[in-house]
Design a binder for this molecule. Structure first.
Ligand code: LLP
Length: 421
């Protein structure tokens, strides 16, 4: 459920009419709903009720400071994968003890940054990283809390580019090697083993792979405790999928996912951390664009909109589906016609949808791309020298620009021409 609904025939974000925002900020833009963000965070929080837990929002899905502040104020922790994301979490007021640091390539500078600023735990992905953390922590005279990310070799049954839990993926330490790596960690100065971490992929629409992975984590936890490690925390990663196509069957709910956690690792007395990104932010945002032209091609028509692959790359990168709806609700009985929805970028890949059924639209009409709050704005670029588009946050009947559109002067000013040219 989200808070983008038609009211009197016009799409609203909560109580704000989308055309009102379009008039104020121009198109294209992203708009997020505070109520949906809040609702989705609470669904996870409630799904783990009764267990000691922390829901760490995966910042990579949406890193706008205002979004982080909404979630941080609700008590969310944060999952960060770079010094930049760590700085964002801190800037949004989230304390270090609620921030976990994931990722395969943490640099010594980043390790130092978070050790100095405070960190709940490092999710360690390799032996060389463990050594780097040990050295930096020893240098600073502190102890770094760590969990080791294990790769359980589970097929997450999702898009190949976002599956992470198979042994051929670059992530984690093979689970079969985990006991040896924990033994190594326990001997290193500046390292304090606190838990086990796993993340098998993103946009999972079936709970079975989670069940297999968490069961493996359970077995490993028992073995590690036998080896004398104080495993008191389990980070189970993110990955629960969202309904991108309203017409498809809905994926499992957080409460069902919570039941899998309870069933597999609930009796271990561990504190449970999860790192959802997409399910919290995905359907809490839409991207709004205007139609520039309607172009009649040979055998197919094109709706050319002012948003492009640089603004929302998921369709061209993963062949992802985003529902596209007119902002002004079509009159009942208006028939949908197949049309290709494309952007102005000079690549065939700049296609949002092929032969999508849409009611007739013309130049200047507004359209909304649903489910765009996760991996939307964060993955955008200035390809074709198109400025990054604004982000807007709605709360009830108020809205605010939370990232403004840069001016062309600012964009040009970042380049410099050497004096010898
Ligand atoms: N934790 C770790 C260690 C991750 O790598 C990820 C996502 C998450 C948590 C959050 O997963 P989520 O709950 O959002 O599924 N750009 C792609 C998705 C990449 C996901 C990368 N890792 C897309 O647009 O589909």
């Amino acid at each position: 459920m989200d808070h983008f609904l038609y009211r009197d025939g016009v799409l609203h974000a909560e109580d704000v009419a989308i055309p009102e925002i379009a008039a104020a900020v121009g198109t294209p833009f992203y708009v997020y709903s505070t109520a949906t963000l809040t609702r989705h965070f609470r669904l996870f929080d409630e799904a783990l009720e009764g267990m000691d837990h922390l829901v760490c929002f995966a910042i990579k899905s949406n890193s706008n400071l205002a979004v982080l502040k909404v979630l941080g104020d609700l008590g969310a922790g944060m999952d960060v994968v770079s010094g930049g994301e760590y700085r964002r979490a801190k800037a949004a007021g989230v304390p270090g003890e609620r921030i976990v640091f994931s990722g395969v390539g943490k640099t010594r500078e980043e390790i130092r940054l978070v050790l100095e600023g405070g960190i709940r735990q490092f999710n360690v992905e390799s032996e060389p990283e463990l050594i780097a953390i040990s050295e930096v922590a020893s240098d600073l005279g502190v102890s770094a809390p760590i969990a080791i990310r294990v790769n359980p070799d589970v097929d997450a049954k999702t898009h190949a580019k976002i599956a992470t839990g198979k042994s051929e993926n670059k992530f984690g330490i093979p689970i079969a090697k985990a006991r040896a790596v924990y033994a190594m960690a326990a001997k290193l100065p500046g390292i304090s083993v606190v838990g086990v971490d796993v993340h098998i992929g993103s946009q999972l629409t079936d709970l079975a792979p989670f069940e297999v992975a968490f069961t493996k984590v359970r077995e490993l936890t028992l073995a590690l405790r036998e080896d004398g490690h104080d495993i008191r925390r389990l980070d189970l990663g993110g990955g629960l999928g969202i309904p991108y196509e309203r017409s498809n069957a809905a994926p499992p709910l957080p409460v069902e996912y919570g039941a899998v956690i309870r069933r597999t690792v609930g009796d271990l007395g561990c504190e449970i951390e999860i790192e959802p990104g997409r399910l919290i932010s995905g359907n809490a945002g839409i991207m709004v664009a205007s139609v520039i032209y309607l172009k009649q091609g040979e055998g197919r028509d094109f709706l050319i909109v002012d948003a492009a692959m640089n603004d929302l790359v998921r369709p061209s990168m993963y062949d992802a589906h985003h529902d596209i709806i007119p902002v002004v609700e079509p009159a009942p009985g208006t028939e949908a016609q197949p049309i290709d929805v494309v952007g102005p970028v000079c690549e065939t890949g700049d296609t949002f949808a092929k032969a999508r059924g849409l009611t007739p639209l013309g130049a200047g009409d507004l359209v909304a791309f649903r489910s765009a709050g996760a991996y939307g704005a964060v993955m955008s670029s200035e390809y074709n020298s198109r400025p990054l588009i604004p982000e807007v946050l709605v709360n009830g009947d108020q809205f605010a620009v939370i990232r403004r559109r840069p001016s062309f002067e600012e964009m040009l000013a970042r380049d410099s021409i050497p004096e010898w040219l």
